[in-house]
Design a protein around this ligand. Structure first.
Ligand code: BGC
Length: 440
């Protein structure tokens, strides 16, 4: 009963504080929790209240009227007292160090299991989380925004505090992010940016413009003379990264299209814009819609087949192909390899998927851009733990998502081809040599 009275006084302190909090909606869930308090929830509530008081005191201090500072200090002291009385820690771990009350603290939602890239991320998350005391659940959305939203809702009912989410569709995922934010959950956009909402707290990503630029540069470095046939392919328009990859590639390829080194063979939209060094998002969108693979192997294959069927023998020969990622690169490469009018091809990729590493060793794919998923996973987990422990996560810049600048941590990428495949991917410990054949 004593505890209940103490908590009710704390509730009143919190309500007053909330009135002066700019982020009011983020904290209203705390009041709901307080009014429906049951004794069995005290331990997890202790953690949440302490986190809440710390957050307000340290992060929003500058925005709160001076006379309320004493109230917040009082609330924090009261919280620490409660934590001591009920014997619960403030770092989310209980005495056994096994993650507080066992509730799921971090939820992770990945786009699909149908692409090796995301299965790779799941594996790396599991490896990294083996050393974490926090309890975590990973769910896949299988290329559906509706499943993605349902996944987020299910994680919210489990009481997560942090959501790490790689959206299937950046715009559509705004609703899921908003549902999470409304419950006070910190949202970390993973690899792909959630767009059109301010409900994204952080973003962990690779340098996606550099990925596209590396792909374009590889084609440029491989080409000699003039009039080289160029085939362009892109990712899904629903993925903000597809634009960044294309922007990077275009920045390098366009001058070489303008000077005649390359001739675009499969996109009238790209031909119409080939004299423009910088494209607007709408202009890129027009090209991407025409040459999209939708990140789908079959769509990539069908598109490549219809392009080669439409092309004359003179548009083939030694060809250069901008393929957006490894999965689509393998499909497209297989189609070009089976056309008797194609004498040779250079094709790009990204992700360093095992199957593409084997293709590179076998000379069937020219390059990949290695994005070390271990780093992205570590960055996102570090961010989540910082949030859980009431600290400010480290960021290196920001990305605008059409509504707000999202604080971001960005990782560099490495170009891999036959020359450095062993050094970059085997000697670095990323893969085992035994997973491949023909490695020298
Ligand atoms: C990721 C790539 C991936 C592609 C298709 C992009 O957003 O950055 O690594 O290959 O989606 O899933």
């Amino acid at each position: 009963m004593g505890i209940r009275i103490l908590l009710l006084s704390f509730e009143s302190a919190v309500s007053h504080t909330c009135l002066y909090s700019i982020n009011l909606n983020k904290y209203t869930f705390m009041q709901t929790q307080l009014t429906t308090l049951k004794l069995k929830n005290i331990i997890s509530l202790c953690e949440r209240l302490h986190k809440f008081a710390t957050k307000i005191f340290f992060l929003e201090r500058g925005k709160i009227m001076k006379k309320y500072r004493k109230l917040i200090v009082f609330a924090t002291v009261l919280m620490l007292l409660l934590a001591t009385m009920t014997g619960c820690g403030t770092d989310g771990t209980d005495d056994d160090g096994n993650g507080g009350d066992g509730a799921t603290r971090i939820g992770i939602v990945l786009p699909t299991k149908d692409e090796p890239r995301w299965v790779q991320d799941e594996t790396r998350f599991n490896e990294a989380l083996a050393d974490t005391d926090y309890s975590v659940e990973i769910l896949f959305s299988q290329g559906s925004s509706a499943s993605e939203k349902a996944n987020v809702e299910s994680l919210l009912t489990k009481g997560i505090d942090v959501l790490i989410i790689c959206p299937h569709d950046g715009d559509a995922a705004a609703a899921a992010a908003e549902a999470a934010a409304a419950e006070g959950v910190t949202v970390i956009s993973y690899d792909r940016l959630i767009t059109g909402t301010d409900a994204v707290d952080y973003y962990v990503t690779f340098d996606s413009i550099a990925v596209g630029a590396a792909q374009g540069q590889y084609l440029v470095d491989s080409a000699e003379g003039e009039g080289n046939p160029l085939y362009l392919y892109a990712g899904a328009s629903s993925d903000n990264n597809a634009f960044l990859f294309f922007e990077g590639a275009w920045s390098v390829l366009q001058p070489k299209i303008a000077d005649g080194t390359f001739v675009i063979k499969n996109s009238s939209e790209a031909v119409a814009l080939q004299d423009k060094a910088e494209l607007t998002r709408d202009e890129m969108g027009r090209i991407i819609s025409q040459v999209t693979t939708n990140w789908d192997f079959n769509e990539a294959k069908n598109k490549a087949e219809s392009h080669l069927t439409a092309a004359a023998a003179a548009d083939k020969g030694d060809v250069y192909i901008l393929a957006p990622n490894d999965g689509t690169a393998r499909s497209i490469a297989d189609v070009f390899a089976s056309d008797s009018d194609v004498t040779s091809y250079v094709v790009t990729g990204q992700d360093a998927e095992k199957a593409s590493v084997q293709y590179i060793i076998d000379g069937k794919q020219s390059m990949t851009v290695f994005k070390d998923v271990r780093t992205l996973v570590k960055d996102s987990i570090d961010m989540a733990i910082a949030v859980l422990e009431g600290n400010a996560p480290q960021t290196t810049g920001s990305y605008n998502n059409n509504v707000t600048d999202v604080p971001a941590k960005q990782t560099e990428v490495i170009v891999v081809d036959q020359d450095n495949v062993k050094a970059a991917l085997i000697d670095s410990g990323y893969y085992e040599a035994s997973e491949f054949t023909g490695l020298e």
